[in-house]
Design a protein around this ligand. Sequence first.
Ligand SMILES: [Zn+2]
Length: 538
Amino acid sequence: MFEIRHSDLAGRIGRLRTKHGIVETPAFIPVVHPVRQEVSIDELKKMGFDMLITNAYITLKEYGEDARDVHDILNFQKPIMTDSGGYQVLVYGSVDVDHQTMARFQARIGSDVAVPLDKPTGFGLPRSKAERYVELTLKAAEDTIRMSKEEGRDEGDDAGTIWAAPVQGGEHLDLVEYSSRRLLEMGYEFFALGSPTELMEAYEFYTLARMILAARRVIPLSKPMHLFGAGHPLTIPLAVALGCDTFDSASYILYAKDGRYILPNGTVNIDELEYLPCICPICSSIGVKELRDMSRDERIVKIALHNLYTIKREVDNVKQAIVEGRLWEYVIQRSLSHPKLVEANNTLVESAEYLEQCTPIFKDRALFLSLPIDQYRPELTRFRRLICSNIRSDKSTLVLLIEPEEHPFYTSSKYKMIKDAINAIHDNDHINNNNKIGDDVQIAYYSPFLGVVPEEVSDVYPASHMVSVRSVKYYEFPTMIDSIIHFIRSNRFKRVLIEVDERSIQFMRSINDKLQEVEIGYCLNIEDIIAFIRSKQW
Ligand SMILES: [Zn+2]
């Protein structure tokens, strides 16, 4: 039902197979009204939307129990997802049908992806109420999947309706996790995380991100996950990076009705616009004054189309970033649009191991490392762990240099200088049959982003496949110091000689306090290190 073609972080380019064809994910699924559409279905097809979502509850109210196939109602022969009325429950408190009726109805109208009638928890619900809503939703989900199996609608992967498991719980993360676990046990293959609209309106991106992670702690990455109501370009990159595959929203039209024009970094009322800062087909063909002077109905359609183009462009940018293996850079770059998104980036740090699962072991393109948060990239976390657990040195002396500009490390001039000095002593000692110091020195360098990099692995990915900023504040890189200390301890070095400069000296001195059992020397230049090696005064 779901096949993954490319992945980066927990974001995937996937193929979702439905009975009306394949949808490539991540995909934005526009919400359309079953009867009245301001933006025509033909227009949506032309824009390249391969899947639509409509409301089964409204369809039932409008057309009755013997409604036609939803594909005929919408005149759209591609995949259609139906929501069951959970949104109406969220807004009005309840609906006047039961979940059994909604389940039968959605199957009857030929929905490709259908949702059991849920009781959304929204945001800000007291715990006890949220618990009750979760249980009600689970009951509906259990009855629905059982009915689907009993009535033979579940005819394997290629046929029948895909039932989307409604994950509820809101900001009560343990409820989200519990809900996900129960739904997984029921046998659901597709998951839909509920009701984050209110969170997004309150810019509670960090809570939203933690909800996604809570669900993904339980739901395997092989199973696709939908995020309800995510219709703003701001939220899409992080949501994809954390493991969401599809999104639906009516924001494009709801905003348009309020005169709100979606920009990649936020929304703005068209009355406040001096220009149309966009090159979509709509904005390329009209000016801002013309847009304002249009009749209301005409203006709504134009703004809605522009809004859809903006959302689509965001999804396409995210997909391209996944293919190129630079989703991390893209998410960080986009997060700078809003302080609360920067705050939500903490989830990337908190879930490093999870994000590693789908991040390729090797990438063609060099990693660009600019900000302290980049030290937590999965590629770098993985590298530090490799050093920590796999690299063992039997030498008693460690020479630790500042990261050179040349890569790999062993081609750098200072590596060669140190190596030549050691070899010269080695040859000399060999003749005199003294201690073979050359065999007893481990050379490595330290990188703020990577931590300690021993010479043997300095050409292993990503050590020589990265471009990083040179002027860093070392105290912002705690992973580096942890990596150095761990490396020294686990290899039982007796002496460590560290090259420092004005920027690193203070910070590197803290190693001394943490490793009192080791003799540590600090040198401000290579010549001093060589002099030390030659004099053997260490
Ligand atoms: Zn536009």
